[in-house]
Design a protein around this ligand. Structure first.
Ligand code: PMP
Ligand code: GLN
Length: 389
């Protein structure tokens, strides 16, 4: 393994999903729904196989999908992108992020981002030869407040080598939705220091009552320096299809495409028209998935609380965060997760893996549980955790 990738090992999601399969535990670890996506989307994919979508699609993605993405972003964010020059279809958000980092960073360039952070960010920055400058999000004092950051800490993390601000809202693993005020502070910093902004918005539609998703690209002066990343996986329950995309000014899209064409070139032929159809579903579909997931959040959060576990209830995404100290006196969330399949027949993901090793103490006692699961699965998980406590 190259020096760049030392320490990355196997992703925690693979480790924990394998543990769930091996032990027969309920898997609330890896974030994927265990219920299917809408028939309107699945049917188009089925019909696309053998009918002209089985060979390489065009490098930037099929025109129909690029147009649907542009229309979708216009409709939901009020942002206009040219489907021919400012939209690029990728192999999931993961490739979009990696290709953007590889395309935009010089060796030694610094990336400011918040931690806990989604696991592919550190690896993507490392593959691009960049340097991470993580700034902590602080958990709320009570159970229900939002996670927050100190704007002075973000400011202090920016140096003359900083090239890029990497944002994620709604945020994995905390479930935080960045507010207009917070995005304004970050936008001001990006403009002052002429930073590019890479914003991962894969949970854009999975936002619960009281919160509202905004893209930093919509703030004055930001569209021109921002690459918006999203993905169909979370919106259409198709995480295995790996259809993602970026929207950005043409010059940035051209740069990302240069890297992307040598990573996968293209992917997901029959899935591209299906996601184009999905993006054109009526608004009620998108509000419906948020409402459905909010109900699942409430089931899990309430169940965990009844089990005596303090829970930070998320404003969005698939994930709730638990403080394990009442049931794991040494406060070691990783040890808790490794023993949980045997102890209770449940799998979760230790939040500590989303931190830079230097700041691991901040997330040591926290564990992430996914609630994008069927009622009976959530019910069994909650019952088992209650019996454990
Ligand atoms: N970003 C975040 C914040 C995620 O949680 C995930 C995975 N669920 C991804 C990116 C990767 O998305 P994709 O599966 O489309 O590659
Ligand atoms: N994004 C999903 C999660 O956070 C997992 C994706 C993966 O396994 N790479 O759980």
């Amino acid at each position: 393994l190259s020096a760049r990738l030392q320490g990355f090992g196997t992703t925690i999601f693979a480790e924990m999903s394998a543990l769930a399969v091996a032990t027969g535990a309920v898997n609330l670890g890896q974030g994927f729904p265990d219920y299917p996506g809408p028939d309107e989307v699945l049917d188009v994919a089925r019909a696309a196989i053998g009918t002209g979508h089985d060979q390489y699609p065009p490098g930037p993605g099929i025109p129909e999908l690029r147009l649907a993405i542009a229309d979708h972003v216009q409709h939901f964010r009020g942002l206009g992108y040219d489907p021919d020059t400012e939209v690029l279809v990728t192999a999931g958000a993961t490739e979009a992020l990696a290709a953007a980092l590889i395309a935009l960073l010089e060796p030694g360039d610094e990336v400011v981002l918040f931690e806990p952070m989604y696991d592919s960010y550190a690896a993507g920055v490392a593959m691009a030869g960049g340097v991470l400058r993580p700034v902590p999000l602080r958990p709320p004092a009570g159970d229900d407040g939002p996670w927050s950051f100190d704007p002075d800490e973000v400011r202090a993390a920016v140096t003359p080598r900083t090239k890029l601000l990497l944002l994620n809202t709604p945020h994995n693993p905390t479930g935080k939705v960045f507010t207009a005020e917070e995005l304004g502070q970050l936008a001001a910093l990006a403009m002052e220091h002429e930073l590019l902004v890479l914003t991962d918005e894969v949970y854009e539609h999975l936002v619960f009552s009281g919160a509202e998703h905004r893209s930093i690209a919509t703030l004055p002066g930001m569209r021109e320096r921002t690459i918006v990343v999203s993905s169909a996986g979370k919106t259409f329950n198709t995480t295995g299809w790996k259809i993602g995309w970026i929207c950005a000014p043409a010059e940035l899209v051209t740069a990302v495409r240069t890297a992307k064409q040598f990573l996968t070139y293209v992917s997901g032929g029959p899935f591209q028209p299906a996601i184009a159809a999905g993006l054109r579903l009526p608004d009620e579909y998108f509000t419906g998935i948020a409402r459905d997931l909010e109900y699942r959040r409430d089931v899990l959060v309430q169940g965990l609380r009844e089990a005596g576990l303090p829970v930070i209830s998320p404003e969005a995404t698939y994930f709730a965060t638990v403080d394990v100290r009442p049931v794991q006196p040494d406060g070691d969330g990783l040890a808790f997760c490794r023993s949980l399949p045997e102890r209770a027949g449940v799998v979760g993901v230790p939040t500590v893996v989303f931190y830079d090793p230097a700041h691991a103490h901040l997330g040591r006692h926290l564990v992430r549980f996914a609630f994008c699961k069927r009622d009976e699965v959530l019910g069994v998980a909650v019952k088992r955790l209650r019996e454990m406590a």
